[in-house]
Design a protein around this ligand. Structure first.
Ligand code: EPU
Length: 408
């Protein structure tokens, strides 16, 4: 698989973590929604099939999707797709606003930690709902009519911030504190505004005051995938000379600054990154909520650490079980010390590729980078994880000169 020349340019697709809530929120429109730049990834296809179970018409051509929810009616969300992905939880907030109730199979997704949904549930309770969980089915019902609420999310959560916001849209008004919106969440707020929901976000706070909605066909372009951009950036630094196009570099300020400071050959403009094979100085990174270093890029940078002149440190602070790549590096001959959620990696050129198994989406992507960047061949099992979140990755990597094949 690896060791060849990786050269050329690659265009980023729309963000997975924006597309999923956008598709769920499309139910909040009356009639049709047109979404552009939607990635053709498995998670999106799973959400589409849930929309179809709900009697929506979905036409997905290229990267443009037309959703018509004219025939939408309430159904319990007991479809297996709900448990395959994490983001199915966004249907809860949307259903509460539309139908004042929701029954749903508990969400699944990558097993990168316990991933409870207590922050979501507490917010729904503050908004006047009660819930039960029986045999993997979460049921949320209206307990009391609430018109106005001022609530504070008990902890920072990307998913809970948007979900609580969706659930609050039937109220006359709300204020929500301690919310966390990454660029993907901000994209969804912009979409809600386009639909006519006057949600305002600033400084960890959202405010909303209901007004009469005048629906018309809403067209929205999904924000670019910043984690995909970082994946190809790291690939360029490890293995070649890549220009990454259609990127919002303003959303990647910290990771790009870290790479520049470490001395890697990287340059960027507003919408483009150039990354060239190079070595850098050791780095010390801690994952934090946005605008801190993204947890989704942690394993990717772990692989890049092998190209530093010394010892680099990584501390994972968001999820409890996202350190698999460091064990693979160790198995491949890299000196690595792993304790709890911290890894220390020694840079080296002596990497012996092996067969690997992906345990989550970003772990799979990091394994791919490791394989493409080093001489030899590697077999990655569970590669399905990667296809859940990376649009057209096989063709993109092949177009750059990477040798990659799926063996069923
Ligand atoms: N948490 C709770 N209770 C909750 C919600 C979250 O304890 O009710 C904890 C989580 O267990 C975690 C932390 O809070 O330790 C942060 O979780 P958050 O809710 O912010 O993340 P998420 O909504 O579950 C989304 C993305 C993830 C991405 C994180 C952080 C989706 C579908 N998933 O997850 O994406 O890592 O935000 O940016 O949007 C990925 O793309 O590989 C991925 C895992």
């Amino acid at each position: 698989m690896g060791g060849g020349v990786i050269k050329g340019h690659v265009a980023c697709s729309g963000a997975k973590n924006a597309s999923i809530p956008l598709l769920c929120a499309s139910l909040l429109a009356k009639g049709k929604v047109l979404l552009r730049n939607v990635p053709r990834i498995r998670d999106v296809l799973d959400i589409c099939s849930i929309l179809k179970h709900l009697d929506c018409k979905v036409v997905f051509k290229g990267h443009t999707m037309l959703i018509d929810n004219t025939n939408l009616k309430y159904k319990p969300l007991l479809f297996e797709e709900c448990q395959r992905i994490r983001g199915s939880y966004y249907f809860i907030g949307v259903f509460l606003t539309l139908f004042s109730k929701c029954e749903i199979l508990l969400p699944g997704g990558c097993k990168i930690g316990a991933r409870p949904i207590d922050i979501h549930l507490e917010a729904f309770t503050d908004l006047g709902y009660e819930y039960t969980i029986t045999d993997q089915v979460l049921s949320v019902y209206k307990k009391k009519a609430v018109k106005e609420v001022h609530l504070t999310l008990k902890n920072k959560s990307v998913g809970a911030s948007l979900n609580a916001c969706f659930a609050g849209l039937s109220l006359q008004q709300f204020v929500m504190d301690n919310v966390l919106f990454e660029p993907e969440g901000k994209d969804v707020i912009e979409f809600l505004n386009q639909l006519g929901y006057p949600v305002l976000f600033s400084n960890e706070k959202i405010t909303y005051q209901k007004k009469n909605l005048e629906f018309k066909l809403t067209k929205h372009t999904v924000v670019s995938d910043r984690i995909e951009a970082l994946t190809y950036t790291v690939l360029g630094l490890l293995a070649g000379d890549i220009t990454i196009k259609k990127v919002e570099t303003k959303d990647l300020e910290l990771p790009l600054t870290i790479l520049k400071k470490a001395g890697f050959l990287i340059s960027f403009t507003e919408n483009e990154i150039k990354a060239k094979k190079s070595k850098g100085n050791p780095m010390e990174i801690t994952t934090e909520v946005y605008p801190g270093f993204p947890t989704d890029a942690q394993s990717l940078f772990g692989v890049l650490y092998t190209r530093t002149n010394g010892q680099s440190n990584m501390q994972e602070n968001i999820f409890e079980n996202r350190m698999h790549i460091y064990y693979d590096l160790m198995d491949s001959g890299v000196e690595c010390l792993i304790k709890n959620n911290k890894a220390i990696v020694e840079g080296t050129d002596q990497i012996q590729l092996k067969n690997y198994k992906a345990y989550d989406l970003r772990h799979g992507a990091a394994l791919l980078l490791l394989a493409l960047a080093n001489e030899g061949e590697a077999l990655i099992s569970n590669f399905d994880y990667v296809l859940r979140g990376y649009d057209d990755i096989l063709n993109k990597v092949k177009a750059l000169g990477g040798k990659i094949e799926i063996i069923s």
